[in-house]
Design a protein around this ligand. Sequence first.
Ligand code: PMP
Length: 465
Amino acid sequence: MTTVASLHTDDSLKAIDASHHLHPFTNTHALNAKGARVITRAQGVYLWDSEGHKILDGMAGLWCVNMGYGRKELINAAHQQLEVLPFYNTFFQTSHEPVIKLAQAIAEITPADLNHVFFANSGSEAVDTLIRLVRHYWSLEGKPSKNIIIARENAYHGSTIAGSSLGGMSGMHKQGGPWVPNIERIRQPYYYGEADNQEQSPEAFGLACARALEDKILEVGAENVAAFIGEPVQGAGGVIVPPNTYWPEIQRICKKYDILLASDEVICGFGRTGYWFGCENFGFTPDIMTMAKGLSSGYMPISAVAINDRITSTLLAHDDDFNHGFTYSGHPVAAAVALANIRLMQQENIVNHVHSDTAPYFQQRIREALKDHPLVGHIEGVGLLAGIALVQDKSTRTLYPDNIDIGLVCRDHCFENGLIMRAVGSRMVLSPPLVITHDQIDELCEKARLCFDLTLASAQQRCLA
Ligand code: PMP
């Protein structure tokens, strides 16, 4: 079979890419000057590029390929479903087996009474759906003024207009506004970077950050607030793990003021923290949660919003349409793959395995490998997530000057040396596939150490230059 790749040399593919492809979250001018790296295949936790380099994927794609690449169970599920029913919608009072079974499977694995599921295609669409759902809920409850959603600084909730309005990453707000109104934000629980003073304990800081929610609610009026939303661990913001006191206090405050609690589980869902969902790791129970990525291990675009019985019963009590949905809501092939993915996770008992084996090993090894490195100010992580703060001076926590983009320097060294690590400003983040073995974790740590050495050398050269 002739494939597109085999028709073109590597260089001509790069040239075509530069001529016609606008990449997401990319400086296209800079990319076109050097050409994109063309990824050709993948297996397990490894990728290969068109030049034949083997690369350990420390990011599971984009935090999503949880069960690793090349899983026959998922490939076969897609193939079989494509043959039987490649598409039908779920709008016209119709349904199909994969979406029905997937909704049931999600209801079974989600905590408490999150028993109903709405499907979409991406994390951003799930977040948009969540915004519309919670506002609609309060409207049906006869409280339409409860429409403000409170989110956090440095949160990431997607890239659509609503997702970027909700998110708190400053770069996102520089382009593409104006934004969706009635969104408020509070501080993030980033202890290493934003503790109020040196004496403050993580526990006290966690409570202080949660109480910022109460302050905000009192400022805008509880009668105007629909929901609070947060990622259990901020992912795209740099893997920021809140102190243990944070989420239970957030839950208490939401209950006190009758505000819905929304957990954005797009990254933390599906075993990433060593629990099925991140909220279980942090001891809170949301009324509504978004999920995507790990739902299908990234094999198909699919996302979902799970809602609890309280919200569902209000929706069902009103004899009216919910005027929201996407052509591909509950796409049969995506649903079949997601279902096969959940079954595979269950068969391999992967969540328990991450919890009791891989995650403790990963957290220990990454610290052993990098904690004493001169570049490393701080390491935080949970499950198979880690965030590493790079600093110029450990004792004062001084960052490198702006003209040295230390994160990108490090990311490039990693890429050159067969490891994918992502840079978020001056933080390096890791989120490897859940199926990673101890040997592969060792390999990841060795590569990371080498790349940090190279990064330090590059930074020192630039400082001297
Ligand atoms: N929410 C969170 C917490 C995310 O991390 C992301 C993506 N990284 C999104 C929403 C948006 O997902 P997508 O890119 O699939 O639209």
